[in-house]
Design a protein around this ligand. Sequence first.
Ligand code: CTP
Ligand code: MG
Length: 226
Amino acid sequence: MHLLIPAAGSGKRMGADRNKLLLQVRSKPLIAWTLLAAEAASSITWIGIVSQPPDWDDFKAIIADLKLKKTIELIPGGSTRQESVYNGLQALPTNAAQVLIHDGARCLATPNLFNACSEAILKCSGLIAAISVKDTIKVVDENGIIKSTPERKQLWAAQTPQGFDVKLLKQCHAEGVRQGWEVTDDAALFEKCGMEVRIVPGEETNLKITTPQDLAIAEFILSYRE
Ligand code: CTP
Ligand code: MG
């Protein structure tokens, strides 16, 4: 299975002086944990890291340090996550029929989750890891007034990996460019094109590291695993 890792953000909400994926968690750069999980997932054979060229020296040093055995390519990132994935899709080897896309910032996903998604995408054309939400979610207007309360059992929190048929996802991205759609995950493009996306059970600990608090939680989870 081919895996694309969007890693080209700047980590604005983290408020650090560099890409949050280069910050240390449990004595390793955050992205190193993501790469170690991908390396340990037996289903993954090829990894493309979509990232900004100014970060490449750092990424190369991390890859060398981890002594990873899998084929890893660095692909130039775009100005949004959507553009970064678009670039990643163009850089896939021509024999890639399916692809998993996994945010570099989700450094706690386990090898089992990658393998479950790799297996499931052979039987459908689009999927995402997701978990059912525990909170009651409110739809609120710009004045802070609640408009509605969607039924909780229909609500799922989207994670990555997200898996797709490569040809179909490329078509959806191209349609997104034509229509000017701006989305925060690839499943949304698939949905907008009227295609079915399945849920694969995600992991409660598969957090997207976004703020300094998340970094502290990741430290805790990784030390607990050790
Ligand atoms: N990403 C990317 N290209 C971009 C923006 C984001 O590849 N132009 C990646 C990030 O590196 C991250 C993933 O998409 O692994 C999810 O994005 P997010 O958590 O929002 O990361 P950042 O965009 O870096 O953070 P922020 O939104 O706080 O600036
Ligand atoms: Mg972002």
